[in-house]
Design a protein around this ligand. Structure first.
Ligand code: DUC
Ligand code: ZN
Ligand code: ZN
Ligand code: ZN
Length: 479
């Protein structure tokens, strides 16, 4: 199958131009001046399908490098399966995800890794890779790290919070970092001081402060800044590259920026929720159904931050200046009924997470419309940098000959109403949207995944099992 996408504005991280994109089979064959011939052949006359993208942007498919499909967590399981979550991602212009294999304390890393392959294999609508979560760092975990790198899993996530669930102590962190420094892999860090948070949570609940707002209030920015700084120092000590996930506090951003200024391989990821939502959302009470408990919809970790503190503005600015390198969703959806409502009497029992894998491209495009980032930076933070950061450069994240035919036609004159219900966009397996009522001045028109049209102007044409495992290399973003 040969597809020509003609007359669109082709946007790469490096620049934009009116051009035609020729996809042959699963791969981009050429990016051509509009209407040009190829070795004397009229290109348009020799393809099977022509998509006219005049007036639209043609961009590399989005890469969401932080998702948790069907993750067992918080006494339940994230509500999107690999099937439903990757289909929703496709609807939103994301053509690859990198999900997390979980190893809880006491479990064997490689056994868990094989289990996650069983969960995802044959289920995904788009391509998928894995990071590996390590909780207790056993000797066997260290040898597993080397084996996983050879398997294409070149990044390992550690947690400085969630004692008894995920938390690694500083010694365990250093051990994993030493191994990463020796095998070239990336350490990803959930940087929050877990002991401090556990104490504040215990004190809040004991004082009868049990509503969702206290989730945010017991996870203060100081706990994020401190842990971010500590992680940077431990990475400095060991020489491991460090990628700080879901950064929400401006003070944590500044720790990352300072480390980068010193020449350290330290990177920061933020998420749409930290660019658009705030602690005040945890007050809830937008709808009658849930009353004040509605704030549970926005319980995630790191938490949403108080708007008066200026984190959102700082985050957009840091995204523009590359103090923060990329945007992922930390997609970890839970329904209100039967999941979030486990915390009705006690906020600490609300499963932590927000689902937004479907909306990242749109929400970040709105940042272009609002003048916060450039068109090219949009593509860079949503696609090109994720590919380079996690060892997929050349095949993903760029429109160039030889790259996978992962292409999105995005209509800047289209419109997207996010939310649940008629006329709105919501394909994730959740009974609410964290972005209900958001209006986006743009629209995902066509999504092509390795040469196959999976979304065509409001119609899903893909199938489960279309997506393939991505065997990743080492990061191509290191200095
Ligand atoms: N934060 C969340 O909000 N959910 C999953 C795990 C995490 O770190
Ligand atoms: Zn995390
Ligand atoms: Zn700053
Ligand atoms: Zn996460």
């Amino acid at each position: 199958m040969k597809t020509l996408i003609k007359n669109g504005t082709v946007v790469n991280a490096t620049g934009s131009a009116t051009a035609d994109v020729l996809i042959d089979g699963e791969t981009i064959a050429a990016v051509l001046a509009p209407g040009s011939t190829l070795l004397g052949f009229d290109v348009e006359a020799n393809v099977d399908r022509v998509i006219d993208a005049r007036g639209k942007y043609v961009i590399p498919g989005g890469i969401d490098a932080h998702t948790h499909m069907q993750m067992p967590f918080g006494g339940t399981e994230a509500s999107d399966t690999f099937e439903t979550g990757t289909r929703a991602a496709a609807w939103g212009g994301t053509t690859s995800i990198v999900d997390f294999v979980v190893q809880y304390a006491g479990e064997n890393v490689l056994e868990q890794y094989r289990k996650w392959h069983e969960k995802a294999s044959g289920q995904c609508a788009i391509d998928y890779g894995f990071h590996q979560i390590l909780s207790d760092v056993q000797d066997s975990s260290l040898t597993a790290m080397d084996e996983l790198v050879a398997e294409g899993v070149s990044s390992f996530k550690l947690f400085m919070a969630y004692k008894g669930v995920f938390l690694s102590d500083d010694g365990q962190i250093v051990k994993a970092m030493q191994r990463a420094a020796s095998n070239g892999s990336m350490i990803m860090m959930h940087a929050e001081n877990g002991s401090v948070i556990d104490l504040l949570v215990q004190q809040a609940v004991a004082a009868g402060n049990t509503g969702p707002l206290y989730h945010g209030l017991t996870r203060p920015w100081q706990a994020e800044e401190e842990a971010t700084h500590r992680a940077i120092m431990l990475a400095n000590l060991t020489g491991a590259p460090l990628y700080v996930v879901h950064v929400s506090a401006k003070q944590a951003v500044d720790q990352i920026a300072q480390a980068r200024d010193r020449g350290q391989n330290v990177f920061g990821e933020t998420c749409p929720q930290y660019l658009y939502l705030s602690l005040e959302d945890n007050l809830g009470a937008r709808s009658d159904e849930w009353g004040g408990f509605e704030g549970a919809k926005w319980v995630c970790s790191t938490p949403l931050r108080a708007s008066a503190e200026g984190h959102q503005h700082h985050m957009w600015q840091s995204l523009a200046t590359n103090d923060i390198q990329m945007v992922s969703t930390d997609h970890c959806p839970f329904c209100m009924k039967g999941q979030k409502d486990m915390g009705l009497a006690d906020f600490s029992k609300i499963p932590n997470g927000i689902g937004s894998v479907e909306h990242r491209m749109d929400l970040l495009y709105q940042g272009v419309v609002d003048g916060k980032i450039s068109l090219e930076r949009w593509v860079e933070v949503c696609s090109t940098t994720p590919a380079r950061m996690f060892g997929m450069h050349g095949t993903k994240g760029v429109l160039q000959p030889g790259a996978d035919g992962d292409v999105v036609v995005y209509d800047p004159n289209g419109h997207t109403s996010i939310g649940v219900g008629p006329g709105k966009t919501h394909h994730m397996n959740m009974d609410y949207s964290a972005y209900e009522g958001f209006e986006i001045d743009g629209h995902v028109d066509t999504v092509i995944s390795r040469g196959k049209v999976v979304i065509d102007r409001g119609e899903y044409l893909g199938a489960k099992g279309d997506g393939r495992f991505i065997k990743r290399g080492l990061s191509q973003y290191l200095i």
